[in-house]
Design a protein around this ligand. Structure first.
Ligand SMILES: Nc1ncnc2c1ncn2[C@@H]1O[C@H](COP(=O)(O)OP(=O)(O)O)[C@@H](O)[C@H]1O
Ligand SMILES: [Mg+2]
Length: 343
């Protein structure tokens, strides 16, 4: 079966046991062009380029003519690749985030203001597990999604399992296939994957949400080159590969917003009736949304007026009582809890 120019070139190269670099040296065609031809991302390859490759492979006239004719017809996978699908991958944003309205508005403004300035707009939210980074990032992503008409991608980097290559390789494969590249056209190495992504998405308006980025990952190859795309990142700390301009460190909720969160789960009437207890629970939870959600759900299932139960509603500490007070004098606190906190 005829499988198109890209595959034919790759087969020729592999049967000649040449790397792309070796073929580039032998033919005078750049590694980048060879990669693009193999991937089918070159719309109209030059006859002189094909001629140089044919020379390098030592093809006879028939094989040479066949190569040129392949260049004129499009491989079905290449055709599918050229017709980019529009991914809409954003999971629903948790509704009604307490105390984050101003941050959501500021993030949307930042993305809007830095779009179209020559590089993709980047907004990063950082903070400890359970502080609400993913929830906030999703709210922001939904707020701006309509501006990214070529689609929205959502990748949980911390959950990707790289099969063989690095996390960046796994992420690039995911991005390229989600934007329509046929899996058999995926290159193997990081450089070629990154180049392929840049060519495919150069003129795209794409929103890329990279959730839960481990500190060790260099995000540079994952950034789309197009100025009309945007990237939203969540991580424990600002990844060194990203600009500090769009960085939002996220801290625990203000006490009143913590109470609001509890009221949303346990009922406003109950929280209003026992404001002292509510505040105590909020502090016992270190004002962290993830812990407050557990406490709120527990309160919702308990009889009203049981002060001791209210105290127990907070996830239990692994540290001695009183340490919270001491910690306050030591600057930013790290939540230490027995509940398992997802990043
Ligand atoms: N401001 C908030 N108000 C109410 N619930 C929140 C808020 N922020 C986060 N949550 C909820 O708290 C939990 C933990 O938030 P998440 O975004 O997963 O934290 P992180 O990504 O920082 O680990 C989720 O269930 C989320 O919906
Ligand atoms: Mg998260």
């Amino acid at each position: 079966m005829d499988r198109g120019l890209g595959e034919r070139l790759r087969t020729l190269r592999e049967s000649a046991t040449l790397t792309r670099e070796a073929l580039a040296e032998r033919s005078g065609v750049s590694v980048r062009t060879i990669a693009a031809l193999e991937l089918g991302t070159v719309a109209q390859p030059r006859v002189s380029t094909l001629g140089a490759l044919a020379d390098a492979f030592g093809l006879d006239d028939d094989a040479r003519a066949q190569l040129v004719s392949l260049a004129r017809q499009r491989d079905p996978a290449e055709a599918a690749a050229a017709a980019r699908p529009v991914p809409r991958e954003l999971p629903p944003a948790p509704p009604g985030l307490a105390g984050r309205d101003a941050l959501i508005a500021a993030a949307a403004t930042h993305l809007g203001a830095t779009s179209g300035t020559g590089a993709p707009a980047v907004w990063v939210v950082s903070g400890p597990p359970g502080v609400g980074k993913t929830a906030l990032a999703l709210q922001v992503a939904h707020r701006v999604a309509a501006q990214y008409a070529d689609g929205q991608l959502f990748l949980t980097l911390g959950a990707l399992t790289p099969s063989g290559g690095s996390l960046a390789v796994a992420a690039l494969r995911r991005i390229l296939t989600a934007t329509g590249l046929h899996p058999r056209l995926l290159p193997d190495d990081l450089d070629a994957l990154a180049a392929s992504m840049r060519s495919r998405l150069a003129d795209a308006r794409l929103l890329l949400v990279l959730d839960d980025v481990p500190g060790s990952v260099d995000l540079t190859p994952l950034l789309p080159a197009g100025p009309d795309s945007a990237v939203i990142v969540t991580a424990r700390a600002l990844p060194p590969s990203l600009p500090a301009a769009g960085h939002q460190p996220l801290g625990p909720l203000e006490p009143e917003h913590g109470v609001e969160l509890l009221a949303g789960l346990a009922g406003r009437a109950r929280i209003d009736a026992e404001p002292e207890q509510a505040r105590r629970v909020v502090e016992l939870c270190d004002r962290l949304p993830v812990a407050l959600r557990v406490a709120g759900s527990r309160l919702a299932g308990r009889p009203r007026g049981d002060a001791a139960a209210d105290g127990r509603a907070a996830p239990r500490r692994t540290i001695a009582p009183g340490a919270a007070l001491q910690r306050r004098h030591r600057g930013p606190r790290e939540p230490r809890r027995r509940v398992r906190l997802a990043g």
